[in-house]
Design a protein around this ligand. Sequence first.
Ligand code: MV4
Length: 445
Amino acid sequence: MFHKILIANRGEIALRIIRACKEMGIKTVAVHSDADQEALHVSLADESICIGPTASADSYLNIKAIISAAEIADADAIHPGYGFLSENAEFAEICEQCGITFIGPTAENMRRMGDKISARQTVTAAGVPILPGTNNSIETAEEALQIAEEIGYPVIIKASAGGGGRGMKIVHSPASLSNALAMARTEALAGFGKADVYIEKFCEHPRHVEIQILGDKHGNVIHLGERDCSIQRRHQKLIEESPCPVITPELRERMGTCAVDAAKAVNYSSVGTVEYLLDTDGSFYFMEMNTRVQVEHPVTEMVTGVDIVKEQINSAAGIPLRYKQEDIKITGHSIECRINAEDPEKFTPFPGKITGYHTPGGMGVRVESAMYNQYTVLPHYDSMIGKLIVHADTREEAIKKMSCALDEYIIEGIKTTIPFHLKMMTNKDFIDGNFDTNFLERTKI
Ligand code: MV4
């Protein structure tokens, strides 16, 4: 097992990893930018090293500085968290070349699944359903028109090196296809360094349902059930829950088995998430695979009792999975609300000093946050400042518990998304589980 882990991240996920390490008896090294000197992860770690100026590019994305910090601190592993370098195959390779274990999948896993066309080819070979479309890059308008005629409009053009909704173009008729293709290729090249795009049938009212995967370095892969992440605004998730309100045990079994087959097809060796679109008729289609621990992993932990971060560390240390698939049971219902330092109606960032802070508690209430009283939320980084997670026997009880916890959560001095979430918990369609990825577009909360 590792002697000392460097956490190459900040905020709530850095705290989450530090806590897991402490419980495992592993020393921790926090890295921070100049501006994060007062951040909580710096004081909770055993050691801390400043890795550069405020800008992420000069600090949390600075591979040389992070590797140097690991060498100075004599860390034998690095945990990247999510975002930043967590899906950077080159960083994973450099860690291994420096004799430092990267706590995550292999660079090969990242490359196979990070490129969306490669991922589609891989999962198709593994028998995972994908939407009708192309498994190769589309170069010309003629090709695109022919494909679109075959699959029928609307279609969606996606960047192979994109993800998370970046660079997508929805096309409703042949007249707009050529321009959309040209724009998609231009934006893909500018945004991701590769112009490769593909086309698939556009699913008009999908839910975003994802399966948590856990693999080890011995070929074992299991799944930990699903999360419904449909409540999102401009591809930013706001509320996640497990189980999905409309899933059946049979559908969970099929989606989970397909996700495991996809992971086994690339010999996946860490935690990961297979993302699907779930259509209104119960059909599901592979979207993409995220090769990192995700923000929303706690809702899965709450319904399965599995500590996903600890299992990720164990797997990176070469320890075989302690769970078999038949050990995994889904108990109760869990909901997560993302607490962002944003205006609750405009969702514009609202950084500033926290002048009063009280966290909710009680049975089945969990707060994951690096906030504290008098802490100053910085404008330089992501606006998510915490996650409020609840767990109860039923979805109805979880919604009630979330309402009470949100009401008890006091954050003074800045605006947050708490008022938005309080309204969501009393929204009839949300309560009835009647929503898809377009919910916030069509519903005035
Ligand atoms: C789609 C789709 C509908 N049809 N693909 C968004 C990011 C990434 N997870 C894939 N995404 C989608 N891909 C097909 N063929 C719907 C989404 C989607 C979405 C699209 C537009 C606006 C908001 C969205 C939220 C979640 C998923």
